[in-house]
Design a protein around this ligand. Structure first.
Ligand SMILES: *Cc1c(COP(=O)(O)O)cnc(C)c1O
Length: 363
């Protein structure tokens, strides 16, 4: 059993993936080839955002977004204490201060009630994350942003394809960022990412930053990065997009089956009727995680921990705040464990995994 089974997906989509890759090898436009624009157009349509700007990775998407809104040293950007490190890294990289907010226990997403207390005159943006593929409460977050004049950048690295009140993740605020890292719900065969916005001016600035701040060839109007996504990766995604909605449906079925099997016997992320998750991860919480993990390993069931340490408790981030403000994040970091998840899993595999977990639980 694989934690994320990319091989079956490739077998299923082999013909169209190979054809798409071959087409790029034939035309030879490896950077900014026609597949780049085609993908951007398709993804903009998919999310409903006016603009999609493909970039080199999810991290680059976040970085370019912060650069585009002009985040500078001394500024503050509010984000969750419990995410992949990249969410906070890009803030620190620009010399700004990441201001961490604890999470709510039901979803492991940012605790919206705690956001306003962290806003100061230096706050420029808030980066909520749709952790494990389930969007945060974006209406409430957007309302706070409007009231205080700060920009919301949704970190939708795990949630492309998720919905919130019928709208698509990555198009729930001024800017949305996603990642095409191979193990994400929509993954390429290397690094890739995208930014979504319906603001024409921001989109233009982001396109320039993506290519070394270049407004015309050899005219560098601003400081940028080398942040393009290559044509081959876009080709892979175009092939995978054909099946993406079907795959999301399968993920949701697998997620619902896990939910049903675990019932109230283990802590799990609570799904709400107003959100459809991508189930980027299927995550539960266990008091004795290491024991269960070892037992699952015996049965060749791979697991992962997303994430073992809250960001503000990481050595490089301890400088930004005192460590004792994140009790829920600390608790969840100790308990969470992600189980195999993917669109090609079989119900009997899910049952085997759930039984294996439940057989280890002694409380
Ligand atoms: C994966 C991920 C990123 C970074 O994406 P990369 O493409 O790996 O750079 C950022 N934020 C979150 C929440 C992620 O899961």
């Amino acid at each position: 059993m694989e934690f994320i089974d990319l091989k079956t997906q490739y077998r299923e989509l082999r013909k169209s993936i190979n054809e798409r890759i071959q087409a790029v090898l034939d035309h030879g436009q490896y950077i900014m080839g026609p597949e780049v624009q085609e993908l951007e157009r398709r993804l903009a349509e998919y999310t409903g955002a006016v603009h999609c700007i493909s970039v080199a990775s999810g991290t680059e998407a976040l970085l370019i977004s912060l650069m585009a809104i002009g985040v500078e040293p001394g500024d503050e950007v509010i984000t969750t204490a419990f995410s992949f490190i990249a969410t906070a890294e890009v803030i620190a990289l620009l010399g700004a201060k990441p201001v961490f907010v604890d999470i709510e226990p039901d979803s492991c997403n940012i605790d919206v009630d705690l956001i306003e207390g962290k806003i100061t005159s230096k706050t420029r943006a808030i980066i909520p994350v749709a952790l494990y593929g389930k969007p945060a409460d974006m209406d409430r977050i957007n309302a706070i942003a409007n009231k205080h004049g700060v920009v919301i950048i949704e970190d939708a690295a795990q949630s492309l394809g998720a919905t919130y009140k019928g709208r698509k993740s990555a198009n729930l605020s001024t800017i949305g960022c996603t990642s095409f890292f191979p193990s994400k719900p929509l993954g390429c065969y290397g690094d890739g990412g995208a930014i979504f916005t319906s603001d024409d001016e921001l989109a233009q600035v982001m396109r320039e930053i993506r290519v070394h701040g270049q407004s015309r060839r050899y005219v560098h109007s601003r400081i940028g990065v080398g942040g393009r996504m290559d044509t081959l990766q876009c080709a892979v995604l175009l092939a995978k997009l054909e099946r993406f909605d079907w795959e999301l449906e399968q993920r949701r079925k697998i997620g619902a089956l896990y939910d049903e099997l675990f019932g109230n016997r283990v802590w799990r992320i609570r799904q709400h009727s107003e959100c459809e998750s991508t189930f980027a991860q299927y995550t539960i919480g266990l008091e004795d995680r290491e024991t269960v993990q070892a037992a699952l390993r015996e049965r060749e069931i791979p697991t992962a921990v997303h994430y073992p340490v809250p960001i503000p408790l990481q050595p490089a981030y301890a400088q930004f705040c005192s460590q004792d403000q994140f009790p829920v994040s600390v608790d969840m970091a100790r308990k969470v464990i992600s189980l195999p998840m993917g669109p090609y899993m079989q119900p009997n595999e899910v049952r085997y995994i759930a039984e294996s977990v439940l057989s280890q639980i002694r409380y």
